[in-house]
Design a protein around this ligand. Sequence first.
Ligand SMILES: Cc1cc2nc3c(=O)[nH]c(=O)nc-3n(C[C@H](O)[C@H](O)[C@H](O)COP(=O)(O)OP(=O)(O)OC[C@H]3O[C@@H](n4cnc5c(N)ncnc54)[C@H](O)[C@@H]3O)c2cc1C
Length: 390
Amino acid sequence: MDHHTPAEADPHAEIRAEVRKLCAKFPGEYWRELDARRGYPTEFVKALTEAGWLAALIPEEFGGAGLPLSGAAAILEEIQATGCNGAACHAQMYIMGTILRHGSAEQKAKYLPAIAAGELRLQAFGVTEPTSGTDTTALRTTARREGDRYIVNGQKIWTSRAEHSDLMLLLARTTPRDQVHRKTEGLSTFIVDMRTVLGKGLTIRPIRTMMNHNSCEVFFDNMEVPAENLVGVEGKGFRYILDGMNAERLLIAAECIGDAKWFIEKARNYAKDRVLFGRPIGANQGVQFPIARAYAQMRAAEAIVKQGLQKFERGEACGEEANMGKMLAAEASWAAGEACVNTHGGFGFAEEYDIERKFRETRLYQVAPISTNLILSYLGEHVLGMPRSY
Ligand SMILES: Cc1cc2nc3c(=O)[nH]c(=O)nc-3n(C[C@H](O)[C@H](O)[C@H](O)COP(=O)(O)OP(=O)(O)OC[C@H]3O[C@@H](n4cnc5c(N)ncnc54)[C@H](O)[C@@H]3O)c2cc1C
């Protein structure tokens, strides 16, 4: 199966081919072994970093590839479509955008070239908290200014890759919620150099999850962050995080499209090869149609994501496409996963087929980084003009 839109010339065909070549060195056995022990794919992330793929969105003046967002989407889609898992490192692509857009000249010069060179890892994003969840502005972590530093207290949850990152982008409240006009004000974004505070105010505790995602709880106990690590203006951090969300949604959608393509290819091949009752199982409509339906869902999601990427790259508002694309792609990958498991019968449950692993991995994207309900509420309110539902 073609891994991109068949009828059109793909501007990122070369990137896709290179990424696939790299991913071929990390077959199912590699991921299965890591999955069993919840290990981090250090060699895979190193290979992607050395090839420059994780610095795709860093401008050339800072040592990156300076690719447009669609280039990064192509990289992540191919990673997933080959059966690998970009979750180990995808965040670097979208977290970095906050520093790029809102960081000072000093912060950009200090961090971006080192990230591009693979000397610094920016993989951790500390927004979600146990008590506030999706209600981000209710978060309780505080950062109090004392002289030339901030003192941070509180807790984050689901801070993925915290153990495998040098830096964390952290959202904390700098002005109490009852002292701001709008609850979206008074939140600030910081670059935390975790190497300097681990064990000195910062504690990281891994959470074992359904799939291998290296997610953690993170605790701050009078953790000191130099004032120079504040990104942009104090109190405006929520806006900076929101600014990056469309890019994040489009990239996650691209990963789901990659997953859907992997499942569909696997299911299609098996449906053609497996012979029962004297004919391939794919000759039965009950087997064939769910695969065909998932393909149609994937292609529809792909078209919306493409529109979103084009609008993003033209600097136009793309909230509608980014949200719809993320939801549709996550649903398409899940439908494709379902079809793939059913097509394989009992073998769909055997670890050596990688289907059950991918099935667990792709399930996440209906919940994180934003759940389907919250996407629907965005569309209901902001696109369709209905009353706010929360
Ligand atoms: C493996 C994993 C990795 C993650 N990585 C990160 C990370 O690196 N950094 C980070 O900051 N976060 C991360 N997250 C957190 C993720 O973004 C949240 O789990 C997600 O946004 C949902 O928030 P919640 O879990 O607190 O659920 P809640 O906000 O408690 O919501 C629970 C359910 O209620 C629904 N709901 C809530 N409010 C409404 C409403 N008003 N209307 C309709 N339905 C509603 C939601 O849709 C959801 O289904 C990760 C999560 C997981 C599971």
